[in-house]
Ligand binder design. Structure first.
Ligand code: CP
Ligand code: NVA
Length: 305
């Protein structure tokens, strides 16, 4: 399995729609136990922000492939004492087979990729969260049998998750509606990339949550203040309140609509307890799918067989 052998994944649009479809097929096969892949390689995890799902799902995926993982907490490496990124990148390149990085600026990830020859994976930056969206697409495909033509409505902050979701929908022939307060719209460069890739599908940006959710097949939300923005969280609550994913908005979606959230959630803010625990929620399957999607990604980049 080596379709993506040696490749970086810095943003979701590094993949074509066909490559994503192949990854989702492989992930489904791995999840069902129909295929068993092995690779004796070492994955490094360099995370400058907290993580539960991404850290554990990458680690378990790598162990299940027969590989190993090194958790490179910046506080216990020389990076915490100021060793330059470009030096660290060239050294880690000599030891590891692949490196997943969670950081703030997309530029830092790109610099790592420039100086390290090994594949670099975006495990979340302020701009994108592509591994999350691979799992989201797998979940939507499991629920509806296919992706093309489905309508995804995202409510809340035009953040990293919204960005990768827009790109993922555009690449897979899905309609995507992003409803945010006016000052929190997605990054214009991502909107442009999504528009370029959306062939015969809708990419809608709106400030109206009702227009976004009407008849949609998937309702998706994320926190109103991302990691690094904690100081702004309280001031944002009244601005984002109309975008809360609650039963009133859910009642306007397609009756078979599913609810997704990348987690962690702030219950009572961007999503109600009732909707999170309700019959339309597929949030726990979505979290599980992080592991299956990333196992497929690792297997494909590392050439597992
Ligand atoms: N969804 C997600 O990336 O979760 P973690 O921050 O726990 O990794
Ligand atoms: N937008 C959130 C996603 C967490 C998985 C953040 O960046 O904190």
């Amino acid at each position: 399995m080596d379709t993506l052998k040696g490749r970086d994944l810095l943003g979701l649009a590094d993949l074509s729609g066909g490559e994503i479809q192949e990854l989702l097929h492989l992930a489904a096969q791995l999840k069902a136990g129909r295929i068993n892949l092995r690779c004796n390689k070492v994955l490094g995890l360099l995370f400058y922000k907290a993580s539960t799902r991404t850290r554990v799902s990458f680690s378990v995926a790598m162990y299940q492939l027969g590989g190993q993982v090194i958790d490179l907490n910046p506080n216990v490496t020389q990076m915490g004492r100021g060793e330059p990124l470009v030096d660290t990148a060239r050294v880690l390149d000599r030891y590891l087979d692949i490196l997943a990085i969670r950081t703030f600026e997309q530029k830092e990830l790109e610099t790592f990729a420039e100086y390290a020859r090994i594949p670099i994976i975006n495990a979340l930056t302020d701009l994108e969260h592509p591994c999350q969206v691979l799992a989201d697409l797998l979940t939507i495909q499991e629920c509806f049998g296919s992706l093309a033509g489905a309508t995804v409505a995202y409510l809340g902050d035009g953040n990293n998750v919204a960005h990768s979701l827009m790109l993922g929908c555009a690449l897979m022939g899905m309609h995507v509606r992003i409803a945010t307060p006016a000052a929190y719209q997605p990054d214009s460069s991502i909107v442009e990339q999504a528009m370029q890739r959306a062939v015969n599908t809708e990419v809608m940006l709106t400030n109206d949550p009702i227009a976004a959710v009407k008849g949609a097949n998937v309702l998706y939300t994320d926190v109103w203040a991302s990691m690094g923005q904690e100081a702004l969280a309280d001031a944002r609550i009244p601005i984002f309140q109309p975008y809360q994913l609650n039963k009133q908005l859910l009642s306007l979606a397609d009756p078979q609509a599913i609810v997704l959230h990348c987690l962690p959630a702030h219950r009572g803010e961007e999503i109600t307890d009732e909707v999170m625990e309700g019959s339309r929620s597929r949030i726990w399957d979505q979290a599980e799918n992080r592991m299956h999607a990333q196992k497929a990604l690792l297997a494909s980049i590392l050439g597992a067989d």
